[in-house]
Design a protein. Structure first.
Ligand SMILES: [Zn+2]
Length: 270
């Protein structure tokens, strides 16, 4: 497996240096993630796939991964577009592309996508987003991880927008069981030791959970107050993200019956 790395040309506060997309194969090229439709990304795809594009696989419907789909469709109308449906979707169109003419083919856990370099197995790995897919190339033990892993950083669990920490941790466990040799993420460098990063993530979340439980034990009960306790000197711009993380922890603990909620107050279950 030797995919071409194509940058989506979309650096920004939410995407860091911008998104990586990956082009697999020569005869029937498959693109992993659609970027945002930047002209230089489209030109890079055209240069890397002179015979045209066969399929576009989208890891999840966050805009930096899917919003380029209409532009790609306009330039390569024969390409098939595939993703997992967002839970609220009933029609045949993905979020962010409702006005486009894209007819999505829905993938599910266990689907197989054929490429020139062998089959990709599709894993449904919710947590960061409810529709998140991870693509596994067993031949080279390569995992296309979208936003599930980012080297040198943790991953946002947007608790108010379909994120679930419990689901995320289960998804990481599944990824670990594959024993991947490398992971190709949408952000940041290639992850050469995915297992080590996953272990670090699990440890980090466990430490945060202890902090959240500690705050609750001291009688701190709202998301805002718990966030201020755990992240005492956070820049204002980062507070919303920290709140999402605290809420994600509380929802996980609620699911386990360890905390309960009354309006916006959270308490330890006694
Ligand atoms: Zn995302």
């Amino acid at each position: 497996m030797n995919p071409k790395f194509l940058h989506a040309a979309n650096p920004g506060p939410m995407t860091g240096g911008g998104n990586w997309t990956y082009l697999i194969g020569d005869r029937n090229p498959v693109l992993v993630d659609a970027g945002v439709g930047h002209a230089s990304h489209l030109d890079a795809i055209a240069a890397a796939a002179p015979r045209g594009l066969s399929q576009v696989l989208v890891t999840h419907a966050h805009s930096d991964h899917v919003s380029g789909a209409p532009a790609i469709h306009a330039r390569w109308p024969a390409a098939q577009f595939k993703k997992y449906p967002w839970p609220s979707e009933t029609g045949n169109r993905g979020p962010g592309t409702r006005d486009s003419e894209i007819a999505w083919t829905w993938l599910e856990d266990g689907s197989i996508v054929e490429t020139d370099e062998g089959p990709l197995s599709v894993l449904h790995t919710p947590g960061h987003a409810p529709d998140h897919l991870t693509f596994w190339h067993a031949g080279s033990r390569t995992l296309f991880v979208g936003d599930m892993l980012v080297q040198g950083s943790t991953v946002v669990i947007p608790a108010t927008h379909g994120g679930s920490l419990a689901a995320y941790l289960r998804s990481l466990e599944r990824m670990l069981l594959l024993n991947p040799a490398r992971a190709l993420p949408a952000h940041g460098p290639v992850i050469e030791d995915p297992a080590a990063l996953i272990h670090k993530y699990v440890e980090h979340r466990a430490e945060r959970e202890v902090q959240v439980l500690g705050a609750l034990a001291e009688g701190t009960s709202t998301v805002d107050a718990i966030t201020a306790t755990i992240y005492p000197s956070l820049m204002a711009a980062l507070v919303p993200m920290a709140r999402e993380s605290v809420l994600a922890h509380l929802q996980k603990l609620e699911g386990e019956g360890r905390v309960s909620r009354d309006g916006d107050r959270w308490t330890l279950t006694t």
